[in-house]
Write a protein that binds this ligand. Structure first.
Ligand code: MLT
Length: 202
């Protein structure tokens, strides 16, 4: 099994939800802890560091250029991450239905890839500024059943047209997808936190 550098912060109520935090390019396991706490102060947090280094910047899979992904690597890393998560949920006593992915940019893209490949061990996902990580994928049994996609109307990286294609592909796995655009670019805003909080309690 491939190990990932990670942080686990137990939740304040036993048996509650755990947010799986997946950072964007150049982030690490510490990056999204404040976001996770803002989205759900009582949740456990399992925050990972991507293993690929791009000029020293951690990522979850290789890319050939901005927005051009090494899809073989996407597939391989998605399976490796899923394998690590299977052991992490056991180690930390997290039940699958209580695990919710929260990924930003590259972290949202690897979460989306795991869903498209049918290896996502989480039941729900919040994808912040996600793009299409794989051009083709075979139909899969849905594992992540509810997905929130939050995208920026003026995002030059995760462009709205791409987000719409991804939403359609995720819906085709049988998941219920809520795709929302807000007045932002690629950066995260307070609206991402507020919308994610509301969506989690629905
Ligand atoms: C990022 O900066 O994280 C990206 O543009 C998204 C990615 O490369 O997966």
């Amino acid at each position: 099994m491939t190990e990932f550098v990670h942080r686990f912060v137990p939740g304040s109520s036993s048996g509650g939800r755990t947010l799986l935090l997946l950072h964007g390019t150049g982030g690490d396991e510490n990056d999204l802890i404040p976001l996770g706490k803002a989205i759900d102060p009582n949740a456990g947090l399992l925050s990972l560091r991507g293993q690929v280094l791009e000029n020293g910047a951690p990522r979850f899979f290789r890319r050939l250029a901005e927005g051009v992904f090494d899809e073989e690597d996407v597939v391989r890393r998605s399976h490796e991450l899923a394998g690590f998560l299977e052991s992490a949920v056991q180690k930390y006593g997290i039940s699958g239905p209580d695990l919710i992915a929260v990924g930003y940019s590259n972290g949202a893209n690897i979460a989306a890839a795991m869903i498209l490949l049918g290896v996502a061990p989480f039941s729900r996902a919040i994808l912040l500024r996600a793009m299409v990580p794989l051009t083709n994928s075979d139909p899969v049994e849905p594992k992540a059943r509810r997905i929130l996609m939050l995208e920026g109307e003026a995002d030059p990286i995760a462009q709205p047209a791409q987000a719409k294609v991804l939403a359609t592909r995720l819906q085709a796995t049988g998941a219920r997808v809520d795709l929302l655009f807000q007045k932002s670019g690629h950066e995260l805003t307070g609206e991402d936190v507020a919308t994610s909080r509301q969506w989690l309690v629905k």
